[in-house]
Design a protein around this ligand. Sequence first.
Ligand code: PLP
Length: 386
Amino acid sequence: MIYLDANATTKPDPQVVEAILPYLTDIYGNASSGHQLGRKARKGLEKARSQVADLMKVSTEEIIFTSGATESINSVLSFVQHEYPERPLLIISAVEHEAVLECASRWENDGGRVKRVAVDAYGRLNLEELQDAIEPGKTALISMIWANNETGVITPLAEVVELAHEAGALVHADAAQMVGRLPVNLSSMAVDYLSLSAHKFHGLKGTGALFVSRRVPFRPWILGGGQERGWRSGTENVTGIVALGLAAEKAAQRFAVGSHESVAHLRDGFEQKLAAEMPQMMIHGQKASRLPNTSSICLPGVDAAGMVILLDQKGIACSGGSACRSASLHPSHVLEAMGFNTEHALSTLRFSLSADTTEAELMEAAEHIISSAGHLCQQRDSLVSF
Ligand code: PLP
């Protein structure tokens, strides 16, 4: 299998899997227990907290372990709305992940207001529109997807933070696709809350973290036994958390040797090969700052759903938009926000590289993409010729 669907999830790193085995066999204690097994589990958990904190250059007391970005996002948006009833406005972008979109709908249903800031044809946030949207004293939170899951386009978060803080608003970053893909340094950017998921960077599914800056308040969303210093109750998923910690450490090691630059180089070579054979191909976000691993392309006249099936038969895993939507024919709201029509969206494929992807795999995948697109075009007797 040539796996090019890393934005949906990644393969757990074999070293991570090896490292967690003892927590499934011998170190099965509850991290809140005072005996040896509990203390060992606690030690693993606290080491993981340091590893995650180090990856983002924050302090350990600012990290709360959760079940993933979705939970982290829900807890921040819910907390902020209830904490600041006098500030009813939430601002998001038009290209958020469903986790934020659904929380924004709840925000409205609960009596708040939501403004959705537009992006341009390259998926870039309209900062002027954001500035106009902010109502000082009335804006509680600006929640932005840091790196887009469908296109990889990166939000200029430092600028967003500056505009928000000038108006007294808080900032939440949905960093599910950013953390582990590019270096993140929160010591030089005053983001208030940040959500991440371990499985996007070779950890396990169902584990993540929420960063809460020590400058800002927070109250828990999940109540119970008071774990995570009362910030997130429920017996900790020690195995997943230990995996997250090691995955974070390994991501930091990869960044130290510039692996993100190599990934970008591989992705660019892949896109060049495709474009050379299929000149009508369009790369989404090409003029924007993009994640190094993401290639979202439109092959005009080619049925993306058919391509996903054909490529799967050839052992290539990719996606026709975001994974959450691949089962439905509803066109991507992200592409819609970038000004593309349904037909365009239904001819769009997303290839996303992981830390494991090799050049040979990409070149082989490109050959199959080119031949499969040609095959589908012939079948449909399309006028599009490559
Ligand atoms: N935010 C973004 C940008 C994502 O890509 C995802 C997952 O695809 C999420 C949030 C939700 O992550 P999880 O399903 O791990 O909670």
